[in-house]
Design a protein. Sequence first.
Length: 523
Amino acid sequence: MPSDTSDPRTGEQGADELSAEEVSEQKAVRLAKRARLIAESDAAGGAYPVALPITATIRELREKYGELEADATTGVLVGIAGRVVHLRNTGKLCFAVLQSGDGSRIQAMVSLASVGQESLARWKELIDLGDHVFVHGEVVSSRRGELSVLADDWRIASKAILPLPNLHKELSEETRVRNRYLDLIAREQARRNVLDRAKVVASLRATFASRGFVEVETPMLQTMHGGASARPFVTHSNAFDTELYLRIAPELFLKRAVVGGIERVFEINRNFRNEGADSTHSPEFAMLEAYQAYGDYDTMAELTQTLVQDAAWAVSGGHVVTWADGTEYDLGGRWESISMYESLSEALTRAVASGRVAWTGSTDITPQTPLQELASLAGLVGVEVRHPIHGKYVEELWEHFVKGGLRAPTFVRDFPVDTSPLVRAHRSKPGVVEKWDLYVRGFELATGYSELVDPVVQRERFVEQARLAAQGDDEAMRVDEEFLRALEFGMPPTGGMGMGIDRLLMALTGLGIRETILFPLVK
């Protein structure tokens, strides 16, 4: 801001700089001001009026009058409101910067000449940083060229009892995450994240609508968890006296909708997985899933690329997005596809040839590679697998050798059959299924299948999963008889995809998952 507000703190420190005792003292002072406002309450509403005669937003005034020359007047009277984020009181003229929820700011000038001695004194005695204030007056430009409202009347809109953090210092990540409301007040990037997320979700829905998809809602409380390999949260229903699970994925219900004839269906939902939390995982997260009858995993790859590129356009106006640190990332063009087994074999061959891995076995990893050979390789390079089956070794080894080298958007295709119980076997490659994972910015963003629609094979897959669960695999699925019954009525060939909304924002902004979720779960 220009130097009309060059001394904004008025001796008052931010809440993040104060001891608990000092915060308590400031709170007591502010509570006394609140009590005074209530005692003086009249038609103005005291400390918390119900309504105020607002005639314009701060953003509207900036857009219309932002180019006013210094010391100019307009003759236009407005009523505005905003939070006081800077404050400087002098003898006959007080300055405050008011900020609206979208971050727009304007200066309020309260002078002896315009409001009188009593009103000016009340302003100095009652207004604190963080208060919401209504100001009525003329739109002007100060002597130093700052767009302002010269008040002829003002009122408290909402009295703040606790002091704001120091807006001139970067909030710590802990403060930002635990007190997102303060983050939204203090930081433009936090506000932009919320707006970008809204644009992304609107874009996703628009893309689906243009392709004839129908949005539905499926249960978040389920009698059996399924649709993904994940550990669920467990709860209890008093009404039904039964154990229930928080949804880990909507897949099995959305497929029921396809069986019923809703041939293009999607859902944007909340999922819950009782697992670890890190820079790319949250126990509660937003998920998009979609299914298209008579599609396959190629159909869904094309759809997913369009969804992501349309979202990028909605946020940045193009396919090249700029991350929060200034890095540009290109989401345009046609994305690369690689095979899981082939890319693992190539990476292992390079590692052996360079001497980084002293492996004497075959470097050609296939669905027929013996389990013991995979276990030996995993042990050699320090890869641990909790539940040793072929597919889990292959996927963990692939992450060790290949994942770290992916930067550009890449579809990783054709996964092991024993880790993909809901996916159709590959039409021409024995031992793998028609599944891809999309990696963007080095992390998994989305997954897509040619869906398994044969109820007999699906039952065999579920039985095998139940065997793994009995052996202690918390992520294995159970035999879902209701879903199998639906499949027995006939499900058309179908392609499916799922994508994390929070991770999509990560890909578009370069931020971690706790920044893209408005109110993340923290310890």
